[in-house]
Design a protein around this ligand. Structure first.
Ligand code: AMP
Ligand code: MG
Length: 347
């Protein structure tokens, strides 16, 4: 397939290109679009056949549901059975932005989107190019991350081209993702009396921000731990091997001095340190940095590109310095522990 490259940096100046992307989507095509979290691979959320092509292009298991992206609040009522007050409160505070809300789905959501679940995941992105394209379409877009299934999510147009050129109708070439990690996912679906909202996937909207809006929340055990054998995944995406480079990643928890000592002691052919910028000076093995230890936003922004660089540079082992788990750090940790297939060394 010939993939159309569509450069869009401003919805005002690149109006024709916005129309071109919307045109491909109206015809049932699959188009990669930028969002503030990561690039998404989009299709008309109301068109089951178009959505099925997303799974084929990514090699994504069909039982892993997609997030539906809207450009204005008025698109929400058609997607869900009802809108609880907690969802209104989250939308008022954090939409548009990197927060996905799980609600009971309406009949308009095809099974391909929800993977047969009675619920649907909805988000309003803050990226203006994403919202401009959805608005031009006039229908919501179902979109998972625009990477091949299993590989790190794409935060640049180059990452998308690397994974999907020739496999989809269009790729919008735009700016790097501002956040760099997928959205926070919180479930409000079918909460019985006394049940709390549940964080299924951490992201840039932190647990503290959710508690500010909702009061106490539950954090699903799968956020930090491997799913127990036999337990049903509350969010099917959490059961798959994820974000994994070809290199073996070992997550190392400890302070700077202990981490550097560990990495140097385990020096070997093909090994590198996946570390913070502040760590690099003391290392005797090559360093691939992912942001600054004192700026968790910079870690989120840099992580997926760093994971891809491990493979580009041919490393076979990476000792990853674990981030602090508070604020956005929880999301960074959640992705890294999956990249490490839950292999953690405590110093
Ligand atoms: P991606 O956009 O590639 O990060 O994938 C979307 C994520 O949202 C996956 O982890 C899905 O499992 C999760 N998700 C989507 N819809 C639902 C849903 N209805 N219930 C629970 N999790 C969902
Ligand atoms: Mg994904």
């Amino acid at each position: 397939m010939q993939t159309k490259r569509i450069p869009i940096h401003s919805i005002l100046e690149d109006h024709e290109q916005v129309e071109e992307a919307a045109g491909l989507l109206r015809q049932g095509g699959v188009v990669a679009i930028p969002t503030e979290t990561v690039y998404g691979l989009a299709a008309n959320a109301y068109d089951g056949a178009a959505v099925a092509k997303i799974f084929a292009a990514k090699g994504r298991p069909m039982d892993n549901p997609l997030i539906v992206h809207i450009s204005e609040f008025d698109m929400l009522p058609d997607l869900v059975e009802d809108i609880p007050e907690a969802a209104m409160e989250l939308a008022r505070r954090y939409w548009p932005g990197p927060l996905t809300i799980i609600l009971k789905k309406s009949d308009r959501i095809p099974d391909e989107v929800s993977a047969g679940l009675p619920t649907v995941a909805v988000r309003m992105p803050s990226n203006t190019v994403a919202r401009g394209i959805i608005g031009a379409c006039g229908f919501p877009l179902a979109a998972p991350s625009a990477n091949l299934s299993g590989s790190p999510s794409p935060t640049t147009a180059d990452h998308v081209l690397h994974d999907l050129d020739g496999r989809v109708e269009g790729i919008v070439i735009s700016d790097d993702a501002a956040v760099g990690l997928e959205s926070t996912v919180v479930s409000l679906a079918g909460l019985a009396e006394g049940e709390r909202p549940r964080l299924l996937r951490p992201g840039a909207v932190t647990p503290e921000m959710l508690r500010d809006a909702l009061g106490e929340i539950d954090i699903d055990p799968a956020v930090l731990h491997q799913l127990e054998e036999g337990r049903k995944a509350p969010s099917p995406g959490m059961k798959y091997k994820h974000y994994a480079p070809k290199a073996r990643v070992i997550l190392v928890e400890g302070d700077r001095a202990a981490y550097i000592e560990y990495a140097n002691r385990h020096a070997k052919e093909g090994a590198c340190a996946l570390c913070f910028e502040e760590d690099a000076a003391g290392l005797q093995i090559p360093a691939v940095t992912y942001g600054r230890a004192d700026a968790p936003d910079s870690e989120a922004h840099a992580l997926f590109d760093a994971l891809r660089r491990l493979d580009e540079e041919g490393y076979t082992t990476a000792y990853a310095h674990a981030p602090d788990k508070d604020g956005v750090g929880l999301a960074v940790y959640n992705r890294l522990i999956r990249a490490a297939a839950f292999q953690v060394v405590q110093l």
